[in-house]
Structures are given as C-alpha cells and as structure tokens.
Design a binder for this molecule. Structure first.
Ligand SMILES: [Zn+2]
Length: 205
C-alpha cells in the first residue's frame, strides 16, 4: 500500500527550504506548512522579494561589496578616506566593520580565502584586481581583516608576500581576547596572540 505524503507542491517547497543554511528536514516541513497556512499575500511578497534580490543586487566591480542599480554604497561615498584599503573575505564583513564606525576607508572583498581542501587557490581570488587597484590608487596602507583560522592565516601571509615589493604598508587586525571573555575561556592560540599583540597603557618612560 502506498503511504500518504504531503501533496507534491509542498514536497517541492520542503526540498527547496532544506537547502537553506541551518535548516534540517523537520524545520523545512514546519516552514513549508507555516507558509502554506499564512496565505497568498505573504507568499507573493516573499516570492517578489526573492526575485528582486536576485535581479537587483549584484557585487561592486571595484570593491566586491553589494551593489544595486545606483552602484555601491562604499565606492559612491566621496567622503571616505582613499589612502587605506581593508581586505575582507565576505561582503558581510564590510558591514561588521562599518558598524564599528572605526574605519572610514576603502574595502576589497575577496569572496573567500585560500583553501587547498576546498580547491581554492590564488587564481580563484581577485588578487590581480587587488594589485591593480593598489597600483592605480593613492593607497598607503592595506589592512588584512581576514578570518582567524588556518586558511585566513595562509591567505594573509600570501597577500603580505605578494605586496612585499609594492609601496604600501601591510597591517593586520590585532588579535586577542573576545570582549566579555575571561582568560580561562581563551584557547592557547588566542591567548598567545593576545599576549604578542599587547598594547601600551601608560605613557612610555
Ligand atoms: Zn564598491
């Protein structure tokens, strides 16, 4: 005897939702049923917004941040500092740095990091573009703001070496303890980097 299942359109929707990050089969089913129950208005709004995101949002050709028909919010802003460029892995990293309010320069989004396991080599990242940008612009400093793991480290070292003979200084974000965390919760590597990246607190004698 054939066992009853969801109608085919719901099964299709569950299949789609299951592909979303962090969504397992059970939550996909719950979402599909919720969407079905929520009625046509919401579904149409959702469908329109998905299509609009795909049609209207791309990546800036200059820096790799999100861009729309009006261009890229970072590159369009004329008041930004033009001599310092921050290198990040993903477009969302730009937003994280922007929220700090501590950086007002230019960005370059790499779109990933070197990873032999994932078959990402130097040619897969826009490193030539970065080099061309640095040579073209009035940049004096490149800040490496890459992730704090083996691949991020390898990428930072590769870029630093690549820029060795360029006339820009290469810096990286200080690495240390997370805010609100005690020493006993920090792993050895974090503690090691926090110690080697320590800063002066009183005036130097
Ligand atoms: Zn841009």
């Amino acid at each position: 005897m054939k066992r009853a299942d969801f109608p085919e359109p719901i099964q299709q929707l569950v299949l789609c939702l299951k592909q979303l990050p962090g969504v397992g089969p059970r939550s996909a089913e719950r979402m599909a049923l919720w969407l079905h129950k929520s009625g046509m208005d919401f579904s149409e709004t959702l469908a329109k917004s998905l299509t609009k995101v795909q049609a209207d949002v791309g990546n800036c050709r200059t820096c790799g941040f999100f861009a729309t028909a009006t261009g890229c919010e970072i590159c369009n802003e004329e008041e930004r500092e033009t001599h310092v460029l921050c290198l990040v892995e993903h477009a969302v990293d730009v937003l994280a740095l922007e929220r700090t309010g501590a950086f007002r320069g230019q960005y370059q989004v790499l779109g990933g990091k070197l990873s032999p396991l994932q078959h990402v080599g130097p040619a897969d990242l826009p490193l030539d573009h970065l080099l061309a940008r640095l040579r073209e612009g009035p940049f004096e400093e490149v800040i490496l703001a890459l992730s704090n793991d083996v691949e991020g480290e390898a990428t930072a070292n590769y870029v630093a070496e690549m820029l060795e003979s360029e006339s820009v200084s290469v810096t990286r974000l200080a690495q240390g303890l997370p805010a609100g965390g005690g020493l006993d919760h920090a792993d050895e590597l974090t503690l090691f980097r926090a110690l080697s990246g320590r800063t002066q607190m009183n005036s130097e004698l």
